[in-house]
Design a protein around this ligand. Structure first.
Ligand code: ADP
Ligand code: MG
Length: 349
C-alpha cells in the first residue's frame, strides 16, 4: 500500500426485523473471502471488489480487528489517522462507529478507546467532538460556545480554535466524553428540528507521548563497542472518527426550505471528500493539487487525509431491495475512493 492510499471497507448490515417481516428481498451477495460484492435486481448485476467486504454475519469485533490494526499502529507511532463512515441513513454508520452503542456489542470507537489505554498507558490523551451542520461548526462538548474556526499552523497542522479539548486519564473518562457529545448531538437535533443524520460528527482523539529512539553513540551504527543512548522524542497525533451525514439524495426525502439548504451543504461536503480521497489515490496525476479547500469537512481533515496519514473509508449499505438505488450509489462512491479500476462484470450503469 502506498503511503497515501485510502483503504475501503464495505459493510452490509442485516435486514431489520421490519424488513424481514415485509419479506424484503436482498439485492446484494457478498463473497467476503474474495472481498467481492455483487449487486443486482432482475438480471442486471454488477460486481465490486474492496479492500474488505464485511457481510452481515460479521460482528463488531471482527470489523475492528480487520479494519483498524494498521491505523492504530501508525497512530501510536505519531501519525494521524481518519476513519470516515459513509452511507445512507439507516445503513449502520453509527452502529459501526459505536457512537450509538448500547454497550452490548460495542463498535469501533469504544473498542479503540480500550485498546489505546491498554497499549500506551503512559500517553497523554485528550479529545474534541465537533458537529458540522450547514457549514456551521458546533462544539458538542460545549454547545453554548460559538465561533469555532479552523486554523493552520506554520507546519501545516490543522487545529480548531475555540473548541474544547478534554483531557482524559482513563478509558471510562474518554467514553464519557464520547457519550456526552453524542447526547448533545441528539438533543441539539431535537431542539432545532434537524435530524443528526443531516450533519457530520467528528470525534477526535489526540495523543501525545514520548517514544524512545535508540541511537548508537559510536561512529558507525554497526559499532558494537559503542554505547547505546536512549533519546526520547515527543510525538503527537490525531485520530478522527467521522460519522458522515446520510448520503441519500435530496429527491428521495422530498426536501423543502431548510432541508434544501442542508441537502446542498451535505452534498457539497460529501462530493468534496470524494474528490479529495480520489485525488489522493490517483498516481497518474501530474500535479499534487488536492482540493481540500472546497469544503469545511475536507479542510478540517486536511492534515489527516493523505501524506503520512492513514485513511479508511467504511462504506455502509443496506441489503434490502428497496434501497437498491442508494446502495448502488454508495458502492460507486466507495469504488471511486479506491481509485483502482475494478475488474467488473457489468451489464448496466
Ligand atoms: P446510520 O447511522 O447509518 O443512520 P444506524 O447505525 O443508526 O444507521 O443503524 C440503523 C439500525 O440498524 C440501527 O437500529 C442499528 O442498530 C441497526 N444495525 C446497523 N448495522 C447493524 C449490524 N451490522 N448488525 C445489527 N444491527 C445493525
Ligand atoms: Mg447515524
Amino acid at each position: 500500500m502506498s503511503p497515501t492510499a485510502v483503504r475501503v471497507a464495505l459493510r452490509v448490515r442485516p435486514l431489520s426485523t421490519a424488513e424481514q417481516s415485509q419479506d424484503q428481498t436482498q439485492c446484494v451477495v457478498c463473497d467476503s473471502a474474495e472481498n467481492k460484492l455483487t449487486i443486482g435486481i432482475n438480471s442486471n448485476y454488477r460486481s465490486f471488489t474492496f479492500d474488505h467486504v464485511l457481510d452481515d454475519t460479521l460482528n463488531q469485533k471482527h470489523v475492528y480487528d480487520t479494519c483498524i490494526g494498521s491505523l492504530f499502529d501508525k497512530f501510536i507511532e505519531g501519525f494521524n489517522a481518519t476513519i470516515v463512515a459513509y452511507g445512507q441513513t439507516g445503513s449502520g454508520k453509527s452502529y459501526s462507529m459505536g457512537t450509538a452503542s448500547d454497550g452490548v456489542d460495542p463498535g469501533i470507537i469504544p473498542r479503540f478507546i480500550h485498546h489505546l489505554f491498554a497499549a500506551v498507558p503512559d500517553a497523554q490523551i485528550s479529545a474534541t467532538f465537533l458537529e458540522l451542520h450547514n457549514e456551521d461548526l458546533i462544539d458538542l462538548l460545549n454547545p453554548a460556545s460559538k465561533n469555532i474556526s479552523i486554523r493552520e499552523d506554520s507546519r501545516g497542522n490543522i487545529y480548531w480554535l475555540g473548541a474544547q479539548e478534554q483531557t482524559t486519564a482513563s478509558p471510562e473518562q474518554l467514553l464519557s466524553v464520547l457519550h456526552k457529545g453524542t447526547i448533545a448531538r441528539s438533543t441539539g437535533a431535537t431542539d432545532m428540528n434537524k435530524s443528526s443524520s443531516r450533519s457530520h460528527a467528528i470525534f477526535t482523539v489526540i495523543m501525545k507521548r514520548y517514544i524512545s529512539e535508540e541511537e548508537s553513540s559510536g561512529d558507525s551504527a554497526t559499532d558494537n563497542g559503542g554505547k547505546i543512548a536512549h533519546h526520547l522524542k515527543q510525538v503527537e497525533s490525531k485520530f478522527h472518527f467521522v460519522d458522515l451525514a446520510g448520503s441519500e439524495r435530496l429527491k428521495r426525502t422530498n426536501a423543502v426550505g431548510d432541508r434544501v439548504k442542508e441537502g446542498i451543504s451535505i452534498n457539497s461536503g460529501l462530493l468534496a471528500l470524494g474528490n479529495v480521497i480520489s485525488a489522493l489515490g490517483d498516481d497518474s496525476r501530474k500535479t499534487s493539487h488536492v482540493p481540500y479547500r472546497d469544503s469545511k469537512l475536507t479542510r478540517l481533515l486536511q492534515d489527516s487525509l493523505g501524506g503520512n496519514s492513514q485513511t479508511l473509508m467504511l462504506a455502509c449499505i443496506s441489503p434490502a431491495e428497496e434501497d437498491f438505488v442508494e446502495t448502488l450509489s454508495t458502492l460507486k462512491y466507495a469504488n471511486r475512493a479506491r481509485n483502482i479500476k475494478n475488474n467488473v462484470v457489468q451489464n448496466f450503469e
